[in-house]
Design a protein around this ligand. Structure first.
Ligand code: PGA
Length: 253
C-alpha cells in the first residue's frame, strides 16, 4: 500500500518555543504509526534541527522544509539550498506551494529544477499543485493541474517517480475554511492518478501518494482521507493546534 501521510505546514507561524511544545504534545497524543503511515512537520528553516532532535528515535515521523532554492550553492544571499537542508537531516521539502507560486512567482520550470535538486541530494519532494477559483468556476481544473504536473514532473524517470508525493491543494480552499467535498477531492485525485498512469503505467501511479490540502481539520479529515485516491493531507491552520492535528493523524487510513 502506498504511504498515507499527515503533513503539517506551519508556514510562517509559531515561535520555536511554541513549536517545540506543539511537537512534544503531538508525540504524546498520537500512538505509533504503522509501516504505511507517516507524519511530516514542515517547519520554518531555523527550527528544522530542533524539531529533528525532538523526533530522534521515533519511527515514521519526519521533518520537511517549506521551500528550497533552485541552485546548488553560491552567492544567493538569504536562500537555502538542498545541500544545506540535507546536511542538517531534513527528510522532505515542499515544492511549489501555491503561496510560493503566487507571491514569489515560482514557475513550473523553476519548480522542475527544484525537484531535480531534491532528488539529486536525496530529499523527498512534496510537489504541490492546484487551481484558483476562476479555473474551478470555468470547469478547467483537470487540465490546469495536469499541465502543472506534466511541466514540473514528467521529465523524471519512472524510478524517480515511484513512491513520489504530490499534494493537490485547490487555492480556493486554502485558509478559507471552504473545503472541497470528499467527492470533489476524489474526482480530481483519481484524474491526477490517471494522468500519472498514462505517462508511467499503473504500477508507478499506484505507488504515488496524493495528499489533499485546503482547510483540512479534525472534523473533516476522516471523510476526506477515506476516499480511495486520497492518501492523507497537507494541513496548514489545523496543524498549529495539538488536539486538531492529533485527530488528523489518527484519521489516516
Ligand atoms: P490550510 O492550508 O489547511 O490552512 O487551508 C493548507 C496549505 O496551504 O497547505
Amino acid at each position: 500500500m502506498r504511504k498515507q501521510i499527515a503533513a503539517a505546514n506551519w508556514k510562517m507561524n509559531l515561535t520555536i518555543q511554541q513549536g517545540e511544545t506543539l511537537v512534544n504534545e503531538l508525540m504524546e497524543a498520537t500512538g505509533e504509526l504503522n509501516e504505511t503511515q507517516a507524519t511530516v512537520f514542515a517547519v520554518p528553516f531555523p527550527y528544522l534541527v530542533n524539531v529533528k532532535n525532538i523526533l530522534a528515535g521515533k519511527s515514521h515521523v519526519f521533518v520537511a522544509a517549506q521551500n528550497c532554492y533552485n541552485k546548488v550553492s553560491g552567492a544567493f544571499t538569504g536562500e537555502v539550498s538542498v545541500e544545506i537542508l540535507k546536511s542538517i537531516g531534513t527528510d522532505y521539502v515542499i515544492v511549489g506551494h501555491s503561496e510560493r507560486r503566487e507571491y514569489f512567482n515560482e514557475s513550473n520550470q523553476v519548480l522542475a529544477e527544484k525537484i531535480d535538486l531534491c532528488i539529486e541530494y536525496g530529499l523527498k519532494p512534496i510537489f504541490c499543485c492546484g487551481e484558483a477559483l476562476e479555473v474551478r468556476e470555468a470547469g478547467t481544473q483537470n487540465s490546469f493541474v495536469e499541465s502543472q504536473i506534466k511541466e514540473s514532473l514528467f521529465h523524471l524517470t519512472a524510478e524517480q517517480l515511484t513512491g513520489f508525493v504530490i499534494a493537490y491543494e485547490p487555492i480556493w480552499a486554502i485558509g478559507t475554511g471552504k473545503t472541497a467535498t470528499s467527492a470533489q477531492a476524489q474526482e480530481i485525485h483519481a484524474y491526477i492518478r490517471s494522468v500519472l498512469a498514462q505517462g508511467y503505467g499503473n504500477e508507478v501511479a499506484e505507488s504515488i501518494s496524493i495528499l489533499y490540502g485546503g482547510s483540512v481539520k479534525a472534523a473533516n479529515a476522516k471523510e476526506i482521507f477515506s476516499q480511495p485516491d486520497v492518501d492523507g493531507g497537507l494541513v496548514g491552520g489545523a496543524s498549529l493546534m495539538a488536539t486538531e492535528f492529533a485527530a488528523i493523524i489518527r484519521s489516516l487510513k
